[in-house]
Design a protein around this ligand. Sequence first.
Ligand SMILES: O=P(O)(O)O[C@@H]1C[C@H](O)[C@@H](CO)O1
Ligand SMILES: Nc1nc2[nH]cnc2c(=O)[nH]1
Length: 227
Amino acid sequence: QHNTKTYQYEDYKETADWILAQTNQRPKVAIICGSGLGGLADLLEDKTVFPYESIPRFPTSTVQGHAGKLVFGKLQGRECVCMQGRFHFYEGYDMHTVTYPVRVFSLLGVETLIVTNAAGGVNEAYSVADIMLIKDHINMPGFAGQNPLCGHNDERFGVRFPCMSDAYDRRLRDLAKQTAAEQGCGSFLQEGVYCMLAGPTYETIAECRFLQTLGADALDGTPELMS
Ligand SMILES: O=P(O)(O)O[C@@H]1C[C@H](O)[C@@H](CO)O1
Ligand SMILES: Nc1nc2[nH]cnc2c(=O)[nH]1
């Protein structure tokens, strides 16, 4: 379990080049669909679908409800690529494998990454089914040395010690708030601090209190945000 794999630039490039040879679509936006959100990929038009097991070096989904397909297509006329199913640390994948697709996306030419997940709210002002825009995060496994950026750093993917004080693009968050208001979703849109945890248990009452004290508003296990 969690035998840390190391990947070279050439591994990501091989996967990206294979995808680029299979489709003419060149999306600038990638959307990672968390639990219950895979239906978004079904809404794309002019779809090209790749089951994960058909993509060289791509991990495969083992969690129920995560279809395991990479779907290219148009959403509202705009090209995008959706991951219909994501990978989780608790499945036994190491952090580099969970986040493998993110580096592939950057080599496909993706500039904007939208990450979604089904998280547990610990902010008592939130209600079930609220949507939370992430404005900042606490990476708990990162404090224990489980960070997807650990290991050899290839500068082609970014600097060794990236600044994280502006990790979540303010312009995109403003756009999301504006769009939510236009779509009538403003009343259940929150903005808060996301806390990354390893799972696969939910937290005890004492742990939830501890995390609330730290300033966490919602909990889940999505290291793609830190990659
Ligand atoms: O893929 P996400 O992070 O949305 O899925 C979360 C993690 C577990 O698979 C499940 C726990 O409720 O939801
Ligand atoms: N660790 C953790 N992961 C989750 N994924 C969805 N909800 C939760 C939660 O409450 N805690």
